[in-house]
Design a protein around this ligand. Structure first.
Ligand SMILES: *Cc1c(COP(=O)(O)O)cnc(C)c1O
Length: 400
Protein backbone atom coordinates (compact mmCIF):
# COMPACT_ATOMS: atom_id res chain seq x y z
CA UNK A 1 0.00 0.00 0.00
CA UNK A 2 1.59 3.23 -1.15
CA UNK A 3 1.48 6.31 1.03
CA UNK A 4 -1.13 8.73 -0.14
CA UNK A 5 0.63 11.78 1.26
CA UNK A 6 0.64 14.14 -1.70
CA UNK A 7 -1.86 12.40 -3.94
CA UNK A 8 -5.20 13.83 -5.01
CA UNK A 9 -7.83 13.56 -2.25
CA UNK A 10 -9.95 10.42 -2.58
CA UNK A 11 -13.65 9.82 -1.95
CA UNK A 12 -14.78 8.76 1.50
CA UNK A 13 -15.44 5.13 0.52
CA UNK A 14 -11.82 4.90 -0.67
CA UNK A 15 -10.56 6.81 2.36
CA UNK A 16 -12.08 4.37 4.88
CA UNK A 17 -10.53 1.46 2.98
CA UNK A 18 -7.06 2.99 2.65
CA UNK A 19 -6.77 5.17 5.75
CA UNK A 20 -3.92 4.52 8.16
CA UNK A 21 -2.37 1.73 6.08
CA UNK A 22 0.97 3.47 5.67
CA UNK A 23 3.71 1.11 4.58
CA UNK A 24 5.83 1.78 7.67
CA UNK A 25 2.92 0.61 9.84
CA UNK A 26 2.02 -2.50 7.85
CA UNK A 27 5.38 -4.05 7.12
CA UNK A 28 9.09 -3.88 6.71
CA UNK A 29 11.04 -4.29 3.47
CA UNK A 30 13.42 -6.58 5.36
CA UNK A 31 10.52 -8.99 5.87
CA UNK A 32 9.75 -9.00 2.18
CA UNK A 33 6.66 -6.86 2.07
CA UNK A 34 3.69 -5.63 3.97
CA UNK A 35 0.40 -7.01 5.22
CA UNK A 36 -3.08 -5.57 4.75
CA UNK A 37 -3.84 -4.37 8.27
CA UNK A 38 -1.60 -2.50 10.72
CA UNK A 39 -0.79 -5.18 13.33
CA UNK A 40 -1.63 -4.79 17.00
CA UNK A 41 1.42 -3.16 18.56
CA UNK A 42 0.93 -3.53 22.32
CA UNK A 43 3.43 -1.55 24.33
CA UNK A 44 4.19 0.23 27.53
CA UNK A 45 8.00 0.18 27.43
CA UNK A 46 9.88 1.20 24.30
CA UNK A 47 13.51 0.09 24.15
CA UNK A 48 16.38 2.36 23.07
CA UNK A 49 19.66 1.25 21.53
CA UNK A 50 21.87 3.09 24.00
CA UNK A 51 21.98 6.17 26.19
CA UNK A 52 22.69 8.50 23.27
CA UNK A 53 19.67 7.07 21.44
CA UNK A 54 17.53 7.58 24.56
CA UNK A 55 18.66 11.20 24.71
CA UNK A 56 17.79 11.96 21.09
CA UNK A 57 14.77 9.75 20.37
CA UNK A 58 13.53 10.27 23.93
CA UNK A 59 12.45 13.77 22.96
CA UNK A 60 10.24 12.69 20.09
CA UNK A 61 6.69 13.75 20.77
CA UNK A 62 4.61 12.40 17.95
CA UNK A 63 4.44 9.45 15.56
CA UNK A 64 7.69 8.05 16.95
CA UNK A 65 8.01 5.23 19.47
CA UNK A 66 8.79 6.87 22.81
CA UNK A 67 6.61 5.43 25.58
CA UNK A 68 3.39 3.42 25.34
CA UNK A 69 1.16 6.27 26.45
CA UNK A 70 2.30 8.29 23.42
CA UNK A 71 1.03 5.59 21.10
CA UNK A 72 2.15 2.81 18.78
CA UNK A 73 1.59 2.37 15.03
CA UNK A 74 -1.85 0.72 15.53
CA UNK A 75 -3.00 3.79 17.42
CA UNK A 76 -1.44 6.22 14.95
CA UNK A 77 -3.04 4.31 12.08
CA UNK A 78 -6.55 4.86 13.48
CA UNK A 79 -5.85 8.52 14.29
CA UNK A 80 -4.39 9.07 10.82
CA UNK A 81 -7.33 7.37 9.11
CA UNK A 82 -9.81 9.58 10.97
CA UNK A 83 -7.81 12.71 10.10
CA UNK A 84 -7.96 11.73 6.41
CA UNK A 85 -11.78 11.71 6.60
CA UNK A 86 -12.06 15.37 7.67
CA UNK A 87 -11.00 17.88 5.05
CA UNK A 88 -9.09 20.68 6.78
CA UNK A 89 -7.95 18.53 9.71
CA UNK A 90 -4.45 18.63 11.11
CA UNK A 91 -4.68 15.63 13.43
CA UNK A 92 -6.78 13.33 15.61
CA UNK A 93 -6.48 12.37 19.26
CA UNK A 94 -8.05 9.23 20.69
CA UNK A 95 -9.70 8.77 24.09
CA UNK A 96 -11.01 5.74 25.99
CA UNK A 97 -14.62 6.86 25.43
CA UNK A 98 -16.65 9.56 23.73
CA UNK A 99 -17.25 11.20 27.09
CA UNK A 100 -13.49 11.27 27.77
CA UNK A 101 -12.99 13.02 24.41
CA UNK A 102 -15.60 15.66 25.29
CA UNK A 103 -14.31 16.29 28.82
CA UNK A 104 -10.69 16.43 27.59
CA UNK A 105 -11.57 18.98 24.89
CA UNK A 106 -13.35 21.20 27.40
CA UNK A 107 -10.50 20.90 29.92
CA UNK A 108 -7.95 21.65 27.20
CA UNK A 109 -9.65 24.84 26.04
CA UNK A 110 -11.32 26.39 29.07
CA UNK A 111 -9.93 28.18 32.13
CA UNK A 112 -11.52 29.60 35.30
CA UNK A 113 -13.57 32.69 34.43
CA UNK A 114 -14.33 31.49 30.90
CA UNK A 115 -17.86 31.21 29.55
CA UNK A 116 -19.13 28.27 27.50
CA UNK A 117 -22.18 28.17 25.22
CA UNK A 118 -23.59 24.63 25.21
CA UNK A 119 -26.42 23.42 23.00
CA UNK A 120 -29.53 22.54 25.02
CA UNK A 121 -30.01 19.25 23.13
CA UNK A 122 -26.52 17.99 24.05
CA UNK A 123 -25.86 14.41 25.11
CA UNK A 124 -26.74 14.25 28.81
CA UNK A 125 -23.25 13.33 30.15
CA UNK A 126 -21.88 16.40 28.30
CA UNK A 127 -24.25 18.58 30.32
CA UNK A 128 -23.34 16.73 33.46
CA UNK A 129 -19.64 17.52 32.95
CA UNK A 130 -20.42 21.22 32.41
CA UNK A 131 -22.70 21.45 35.46
CA UNK A 132 -20.29 19.48 37.63
CA UNK A 133 -16.56 19.59 37.09
CA UNK A 134 -16.48 22.65 34.82
CA UNK A 135 -18.67 24.67 37.20
CA UNK A 136 -16.40 23.67 40.08
CA UNK A 137 -13.43 24.93 38.02
CA UNK A 138 -15.12 28.32 37.63
CA UNK A 139 -16.28 27.90 34.04
CA UNK A 140 -19.83 29.13 33.51
CA UNK A 141 -22.11 27.35 31.02
CA UNK A 142 -25.09 28.91 29.26
CA UNK A 143 -27.38 26.50 27.43
CA UNK A 144 -28.77 27.75 24.13
CA UNK A 145 -31.66 26.77 21.87
CA UNK A 146 -30.38 24.37 19.17
CA UNK A 147 -32.34 26.43 16.61
CA UNK A 148 -30.61 29.70 17.59
CA UNK A 149 -28.63 30.07 14.33
CA UNK A 150 -26.87 33.43 13.88
CA UNK A 151 -28.72 34.81 16.92
CA UNK A 152 -26.08 33.03 19.00
CA UNK A 153 -24.34 36.43 18.74
CA UNK A 154 -26.72 37.82 21.39
CA UNK A 155 -25.51 35.24 23.93
CA UNK A 156 -21.82 35.99 23.52
CA UNK A 157 -20.04 37.77 26.37
CA UNK A 158 -16.49 39.16 26.50
CA UNK A 159 -15.43 36.00 28.38
CA UNK A 160 -17.13 33.52 26.00
CA UNK A 161 -14.44 31.16 24.82
CA UNK A 162 -16.17 28.22 23.25
CA UNK A 163 -19.42 27.19 21.55
CA UNK A 164 -20.30 23.50 21.67
CA UNK A 165 -22.67 22.09 19.04
CA UNK A 166 -24.30 18.71 18.53
CA UNK A 167 -26.33 18.12 15.40
CA UNK A 168 -28.76 16.49 15.19
CA UNK A 169 -29.41 16.81 18.94
CA UNK A 170 -29.41 13.80 21.24
CA UNK A 171 -32.86 12.18 21.65
CA UNK A 172 -34.79 14.95 19.86
CA UNK A 173 -32.76 15.40 16.63
CA UNK A 174 -32.93 19.18 16.14
CA UNK A 175 -30.66 20.25 13.27
CA UNK A 176 -28.41 23.21 13.99
CA UNK A 177 -27.41 25.91 11.50
CA UNK A 178 -23.73 25.05 11.83
CA UNK A 179 -22.30 27.54 9.25
CA UNK A 180 -24.31 30.42 10.77
CA UNK A 181 -22.98 29.65 14.25
CA UNK A 182 -19.38 29.04 13.18
CA UNK A 183 -19.39 32.29 11.14
CA UNK A 184 -20.32 34.28 14.27
CA UNK A 185 -17.75 32.36 16.32
CA UNK A 186 -14.95 32.98 13.78
CA UNK A 187 -15.73 36.69 13.68
CA UNK A 188 -15.46 36.92 17.49
CA UNK A 189 -12.44 34.67 17.87
CA UNK A 190 -14.46 31.98 19.69
CA UNK A 191 -13.69 28.27 19.24
CA UNK A 192 -16.29 25.68 18.22
CA UNK A 193 -16.61 21.94 18.83
CA UNK A 194 -19.21 19.73 17.16
CA UNK A 195 -20.31 16.35 18.49
CA UNK A 196 -20.44 14.62 15.09
CA UNK A 197 -21.21 11.09 16.35
CA UNK A 198 -24.55 10.80 14.49
CA UNK A 199 -23.31 11.70 11.01
CA UNK A 200 -19.56 11.01 11.15
CA UNK A 201 -17.44 13.02 8.68
CA UNK A 202 -18.79 10.76 5.91
CA UNK A 203 -22.17 12.44 6.17
CA UNK A 204 -21.19 15.82 7.66
CA UNK A 205 -17.89 17.55 6.83
CA UNK A 206 -17.68 19.44 10.11
CA UNK A 207 -14.41 21.29 9.62
CA UNK A 208 -15.47 22.44 6.16
CA UNK A 209 -18.50 24.04 7.80
CA UNK A 210 -16.20 26.12 10.00
CA UNK A 211 -16.01 23.93 13.11
CA UNK A 212 -12.58 23.86 14.84
CA UNK A 213 -12.86 20.42 16.45
CA UNK A 214 -15.00 17.51 15.26
CA UNK A 215 -15.73 15.04 18.06
CA UNK A 216 -17.01 11.49 17.69
CA UNK A 217 -18.04 8.67 19.95
CA UNK A 218 -16.28 5.94 17.95
CA UNK A 219 -18.22 3.52 20.15
CA UNK A 220 -21.17 4.14 17.82
CA UNK A 221 -20.84 3.91 14.03
CA UNK A 222 -17.07 3.67 13.60
CA UNK A 223 -16.80 0.67 15.92
CA UNK A 224 -20.18 -0.47 14.67
CA UNK A 225 -20.24 -3.82 16.49
CA UNK A 226 -21.14 -2.89 20.09
CA UNK A 227 -17.94 -4.36 21.50
CA UNK A 228 -15.60 -1.43 22.20
CA UNK A 229 -15.62 2.09 23.60
CA UNK A 230 -13.57 4.97 22.22
CA UNK A 231 -13.77 8.67 21.40
CA UNK A 232 -11.95 11.01 19.05
CA UNK A 233 -11.21 14.68 18.54
CA UNK A 234 -10.18 15.79 15.06
CA UNK A 235 -8.82 19.33 15.08
CA UNK A 236 -7.77 22.01 12.64
CA UNK A 237 -4.25 23.40 12.58
CA UNK A 238 -4.96 26.17 15.10
CA UNK A 239 -6.21 23.91 17.90
CA UNK A 240 -4.31 20.69 17.25
CA UNK A 241 -1.15 21.52 19.31
CA UNK A 242 -3.21 22.80 22.25
CA UNK A 243 -5.34 19.68 22.28
CA UNK A 244 -2.40 17.31 21.97
CA UNK A 245 -0.51 18.97 24.80
CA UNK A 246 -3.53 18.81 27.15
CA UNK A 247 -4.18 15.18 26.17
CA UNK A 248 -0.62 14.23 27.13
CA UNK A 249 -0.97 16.11 30.42
CA UNK A 250 -4.25 14.37 31.21
CA UNK A 251 -2.61 11.01 30.50
CA UNK A 252 -5.31 9.95 28.05
CA UNK A 253 -4.43 6.85 26.07
CA UNK A 254 -6.18 3.99 24.29
CA UNK A 255 -5.26 0.36 23.76
CA UNK A 256 -3.86 -0.96 20.49
CA UNK A 257 -6.34 -3.86 20.66
CA UNK A 258 -9.30 -1.49 20.76
CA UNK A 259 -7.79 0.54 17.91
CA UNK A 260 -7.57 -2.63 15.81
CA UNK A 261 -11.31 -3.20 16.47
CA UNK A 262 -12.05 0.40 15.49
CA UNK A 263 -9.96 0.09 12.32
CA UNK A 264 -11.88 -3.05 11.41
CA UNK A 265 -15.15 -1.20 11.89
CA UNK A 266 -13.91 1.78 9.92
CA UNK A 267 -13.27 -0.28 6.77
CA UNK A 268 -16.99 -0.93 6.32
CA UNK A 269 -18.27 2.39 7.68
CA UNK A 270 -19.32 3.72 4.29
CA UNK A 271 -21.47 0.72 3.34
CA UNK A 272 -22.87 0.27 6.85
CA UNK A 273 -23.91 3.92 7.18
CA UNK A 274 -25.62 3.79 3.82
CA UNK A 275 -27.63 0.72 4.85
CA UNK A 276 -28.37 2.05 8.36
CA UNK A 277 -29.69 5.26 6.78
CA UNK A 278 -31.76 3.47 4.15
CA UNK A 279 -33.31 1.04 6.65
CA UNK A 280 -34.01 3.83 9.13
CA UNK A 281 -35.75 5.98 6.55
CA UNK A 282 -37.90 3.08 5.35
CA UNK A 283 -38.96 2.43 8.94
CA UNK A 284 -39.36 6.12 9.82
CA UNK A 285 -41.70 6.60 6.84
CA UNK A 286 -43.73 3.55 7.84
CA UNK A 287 -43.97 4.78 11.44
CA UNK A 288 -45.25 8.16 10.20
CA UNK A 289 -48.32 6.41 8.85
CA UNK A 290 -49.17 4.64 12.11
CA UNK A 291 -52.06 5.88 14.28
CA UNK A 292 -50.14 5.03 17.49
CA UNK A 293 -47.29 7.40 16.53
CA UNK A 294 -47.73 11.14 17.16
CA UNK A 295 -44.46 12.16 15.51
CA UNK A 296 -41.26 10.75 14.05
CA UNK A 297 -38.15 12.81 14.82
CA UNK A 298 -35.83 12.17 11.88
CA UNK A 299 -34.34 15.09 9.90
CA UNK A 300 -34.28 13.12 6.62
CA UNK A 301 -38.11 13.15 6.58
CA UNK A 302 -39.31 16.05 4.40
CA UNK A 303 -41.90 16.96 7.06
CA UNK A 304 -39.23 17.37 9.76
CA UNK A 305 -38.59 20.92 10.99
CA UNK A 306 -34.85 20.48 10.46
CA UNK A 307 -35.13 18.98 6.97
CA UNK A 308 -34.08 22.08 5.00
CA UNK A 309 -30.88 22.58 7.01
CA UNK A 310 -30.21 18.86 7.01
CA UNK A 311 -30.53 18.68 3.20
CA UNK A 312 -28.22 21.66 2.79
CA UNK A 313 -25.40 20.42 5.05
CA UNK A 314 -25.60 16.63 5.37
CA UNK A 315 -24.72 14.11 2.67
CA UNK A 316 -27.02 11.46 4.07
CA UNK A 317 -28.82 10.09 7.11
CA UNK A 318 -27.73 7.58 9.69
CA UNK A 319 -29.94 5.12 11.53
CA UNK A 320 -30.79 6.78 14.84
CA UNK A 321 -34.08 8.61 15.44
CA UNK A 322 -36.94 8.90 17.91
CA UNK A 323 -40.68 8.44 17.88
CA UNK A 324 -43.36 10.04 20.06
CA UNK A 325 -46.18 7.72 21.02
CA UNK A 326 -49.74 9.05 20.85
CA UNK A 327 -52.39 8.82 23.58
CA UNK A 328 -50.39 6.72 26.01
CA UNK A 329 -48.33 6.90 29.18
CA UNK A 330 -45.17 5.42 30.66
CA UNK A 331 -46.81 2.03 31.07
CA UNK A 332 -48.02 1.96 27.45
CA UNK A 333 -44.53 2.87 26.29
CA UNK A 334 -43.07 0.07 28.41
CA UNK A 335 -45.56 -2.41 26.90
CA UNK A 336 -44.43 -1.34 23.44
CA UNK A 337 -40.68 -1.61 24.14
CA UNK A 338 -41.04 -4.87 26.05
CA UNK A 339 -43.01 -6.43 23.18
CA UNK A 340 -40.22 -5.82 20.63
CA UNK A 341 -38.40 -9.02 19.64
CA UNK A 342 -35.88 -7.80 17.08
CA UNK A 343 -34.82 -4.72 19.08
CA UNK A 344 -32.58 -5.01 22.12
CA UNK A 345 -33.29 -2.68 25.04
CA UNK A 346 -30.12 -0.80 25.82
CA UNK A 347 -28.07 2.37 25.67
CA UNK A 348 -25.60 3.25 22.99
CA UNK A 349 -26.35 2.85 19.28
CA UNK A 350 -24.62 2.54 15.93
CA UNK A 351 -24.04 -1.21 16.17
CA UNK A 352 -25.23 -3.67 13.53
CA UNK A 353 -28.16 -4.68 15.75
CA UNK A 354 -31.33 -2.69 16.35
CA UNK A 355 -31.99 -1.13 19.75
CA UNK A 356 -34.88 0.66 21.42
CA UNK A 357 -34.71 2.81 24.53
CA UNK A 358 -37.37 4.92 26.28
CA UNK A 359 -36.19 8.39 27.22
CA UNK A 360 -37.59 11.61 28.71
CA UNK A 361 -35.87 14.74 27.37
CA UNK A 362 -38.01 17.19 29.41
CA UNK A 363 -35.84 16.85 32.52
CA UNK A 364 -32.59 17.50 30.66
CA UNK A 365 -33.59 20.78 28.94
CA UNK A 366 -33.12 24.21 30.49
CA UNK A 367 -32.95 26.76 27.63
CA UNK A 368 -35.90 25.28 25.78
CA UNK A 369 -39.03 23.47 26.91
CA UNK A 370 -39.70 19.93 25.77
CA UNK A 371 -43.41 19.09 25.69
CA UNK A 372 -43.56 15.62 27.18
CA UNK A 373 -47.22 14.88 26.45
CA UNK A 374 -46.13 12.04 24.16
CA UNK A 375 -43.68 9.46 25.54
CA UNK A 376 -40.48 9.16 23.50
CA UNK A 377 -38.69 6.02 22.31
CA UNK A 378 -35.33 6.24 20.59
CA UNK A 379 -34.63 3.64 17.92
CA UNK A 380 -31.24 2.65 16.56
CA UNK A 381 -31.98 0.86 13.30
CA UNK A 382 -29.57 -1.95 12.56
CA UNK A 383 -28.74 -4.01 9.51
CA UNK A 384 -31.60 -6.53 9.76
CA UNK A 385 -34.20 -6.84 6.99
CA UNK A 386 -36.34 -3.71 7.37
CA UNK A 387 -39.51 -5.74 6.79
CA UNK A 388 -38.74 -7.90 9.84
CA UNK A 389 -38.28 -4.74 11.91
CA UNK A 390 -41.52 -3.26 10.58
CA UNK A 391 -43.46 -6.47 11.37
CA UNK A 392 -41.96 -6.40 14.85
CA UNK A 393 -42.84 -2.73 15.41
CA UNK A 394 -46.37 -3.38 14.16
CA UNK A 395 -47.07 -6.15 16.66
CA UNK A 396 -45.43 -4.15 19.47
CA UNK A 397 -47.45 -1.00 18.70
CA UNK A 398 -50.60 -3.09 19.10
CA UNK A 399 -49.55 -3.84 22.68
CA UNK A 400 -49.74 -0.21 23.73
C1 LIG B 1 -22.75 7.89 23.15
C2 LIG B 1 -22.53 9.32 22.89
C3 LIG B 1 -21.41 9.98 23.40
C4 LIG B 1 -20.45 9.33 24.37
O1 LIG B 1 -19.79 8.27 23.85
P1 LIG B 1 -19.19 7.06 24.76
O2 LIG B 1 -18.24 6.44 23.84
O3 LIG B 1 -20.35 6.20 25.13
O4 LIG B 1 -18.56 7.70 25.95
C5 LIG B 1 -21.21 11.29 23.04
N1 LIG B 1 -22.08 11.93 22.23
C6 LIG B 1 -23.17 11.33 21.73
C7 LIG B 1 -24.06 12.09 20.84
C8 LIG B 1 -23.44 10.01 22.06
O5 LIG B 1 -24.55 9.43 21.61
Amino acid sequence: MADNGNAKPVGSATAVVQGGRRSEWTGDPRLGGSIVNPPVWRASTILYDNVADLKTRGHATHDKLYYGRRGTPTIWALADALTQLEAGAEGTLLYPSGVAAISSALLALLSPGDHLLMVDSAYEPTRSFCNGLLARMGVETTYYDPLVGADIAALIRPETRLIFLESPGSLTFEVQDIPAITAVARERGIWTILDNSWATPLLLPALELGVDISMMSLTKYVGGHSDALMGSLTANKALWPKLRHATYQLGQSVSADDCALMLRGLRTLDVRLERHGKNALTIARWLQGRPEVAKVLHPALPTDAGHALWSRDFKGASGLFSILLKDTDDAGRARFVDALRHFGIGFSWGGYESLAVPSDPAGIRTATKWDSAHPLVRLSIGLEDPQDLIDDLEQALRQI
